[in-house]
Design a protein. Sequence first.
Length: 85
Amino acid sequence: MLFDPVRDWIILLTLSLFAFVCIVVWNVWAFDTVASGGTIGANAVSAPPVFNRSSIDVIHAVFEKRAGEEAKYVTGVYRYADPSQ
């Protein structure tokens, strides 16, 4: 097998240029499609929500409880000794 660096570089640059041209053409097509109001891929279908209201209420209650605990630290209800002092 004969190694020819010039031939190898020409092949590499040609393939790179071809890939670059393909990418540019794809992006121009995608931009033109979206700019004209089209969509790329399948249209989105509406689906029912994955969560229900009760799970949101539980999460809200957890955050309210944490806020109450934080308020106790800030207002001085909880006192603790700092061992580093």
